[in-house]
Design a protein around this ligand. Sequence first.
Ligand code: SF4
Length: 179
Amino acid sequence: MIDQALHWLKKTFTNYSSLVFDPKDFDPPPSTQLLILQPTPFCNLDCDYCYLPNRDSHARMPLDTVRKVAEQLKQDQLLSPMLSVVWHAGEPLVLPIQFYQSAFETFNEVLGDICQVFHSIQTNATLIDADWCELFKNYQVRIGVSIDGPQFLHDKHRKTRQGKGSFNQVNKPRKISQT
Ligand code: SF4
């Protein structure tokens, strides 16, 4: 696949008139299997190694953008039979649950006939409660939890906005599962 991509780049840039991506130049043809969406740059934590410059911003992705992304994927006709959508960076769970209900339904509505869509959320796990668990269960959402190991390590860098360690808040999912 890398050889083919290099061949395509060489061909494209030595012949400007063919500056068009054509999946037929690839064998097997490329397919979209992974989509990463940033629903908001905002994060409720303030880890000292965080690379996100705008994590104070409360901007959020409009649902209209989610629909446009799904429609563009459909239009491209490059979808693999299984598409993984990862919601990531800043903290996705600062958005309301209804945002994800609507977003997941939009993906189902636009792409449900042509591929299977799986959703994943990468989270610091400080905001998970029973209602979130219900959403995860209903839509079979895969969850990745960011944690830095035992408390003494985690609390060194993964701080709350008040500068305190966040380890005890991250424990919430474990507590929920024990109830
Ligand atoms: S939880 Fe993640 S996004 Fe939030 S401040 Fe820490 S590293 Fe950055």
